[in-house]
Write a new protein. Structure first.
Length: 222
C-alpha cells in the first residue's frame, strides 16, 4: 500500500514527511506507509463515525498509534495474539503493522466497529489480521499465546475475559495507566480465580516515547 485512503472515494496523496513524527520511522520501519494510512483512516472515517473523539484527532500519533505499537517490545516472534474489545483497532492494528510476524485477531462485539475494522484490514492489506465480531467471553473455543487490550475494563474483570482465551503457558498483556498497581492489589482474588499467576508491571517505548506505555503481564497458570 503506497498511499492514504478515505472511505468517501479515491486514494489520497501520502502525508508529507514533516507531518509524521520522527520516532514513527523507528517504530514502524518499512511499514510506515501503512501506519500513515491507518492514521488517515482514524482521523477521517473513524472520527466521522464517532469512534475517535474530536480532541483526539490531533494527537493520534502520540496517544494512539505509537503508544500502541511499542507494546510489540513485549511479544516474542510468531505469536498468535488476540486484541479484545478492539474498538477502532487499538492496540491490535498498530501492533500488526509494526510486527507482521504476529498473527493478530481483533475481537469486537459492536457491529459498526467490527465493520470498520474489516474495512481497514481490507484497505491496508493486512494479511496477518483477522476480525471477529463477538464478545471476548464468547470466544472460549479459540486460544491464543497472548491476549491484549487497551482501556477495556477494570483489571479483575479484564482478567476474567482475557485469561480463558490464553493457552496454558501464555499470558494476558494489557495496556494500563499508572494506577495499575492499585488495580492489581484490589482485584487479586478475581485474577486468581481466572487462573492468573504472578503479575509483572513494566513499561515499553522508554527510548522512543516521551511517556512510555505501561503494561501488565499476567500468565495463565493452568
Amino acid at each position: 500500500m503506497s498511499g492514504l485512503f478515505t472511505r468517501v472515494g479515491t486514494m489520497s496523496q501520502p502525508l508529507p514527511p514533516s507531518s509524521v513524527p520522527a520516532n514513527a520511522s523507528a517504530v514502524f520501519s518499512d511499514r510506515l506507509s501503512l501506519a500513515q494510512a491507518y492514521h488517515e483512516s482514524l482521523a477521517t472515517v473513524a472520527a466521522s463515525r464517532g469512534f475517535i473523539g474530536p480532541k483526539e484527532v490531533e494527537r493520534l500519533w502520540s496517544r494512539h498509534l505509537l503508544n500502541c505499537a511499542v507494546i510489540s517490545e513485549a511479544f516474542d516472534e510468531g505469536l498468535e495474539v488476540a486484541d479484545i474489545g478492539s474498538g477502532a483497532g487499538l492496540p491490535g492494528i498498530p501492533l500488526a503493522i509494526a510486527r507482521p510476524d504476529l498473527s493478530v485477531t481483533l475481537i469486537e462485539p459492536l457491529l459498526k466497529r467490527s465493520t470498520y475494522l474489516s474495512e481497514v484490514v481490507d484497505e491496508l492489506g493486512l494479511e496477518n489480521v483477522t476480525v471477529v465480531r463477538g464478545r471476548a467471553e464468547e470466544q472460549s473455543s479459540a486460544l491464543f499465546d497472548v491476549v491484549t487490550s487497551r482501556a477495556v475494563a477494570p483489571l479483575g474483570k479484564l482478567a476474567g475475559w482475557s485469561l480463558p482465551l490464553v493457552k496454558p503457558g501464555g499470558a494476558m498483556i494489557a495496556m494500563k495507566g499508572e494506577s495499575v498497581a492499585e488495580e492489581l492489589e484490589r482485584d487479586a482474588a478475581e485474577i486468581k480465580r481466572a487462573k492468573g499467576g504472578e503479575a509483572e508491571i513494566f513499561t515499553v517505548g522508554d527510548n522512543l516515547l516521551e511517556q512510555p506505555t505501561t503494561l501488565i503481564r499476567i500468565p495463565r497458570t493452568r
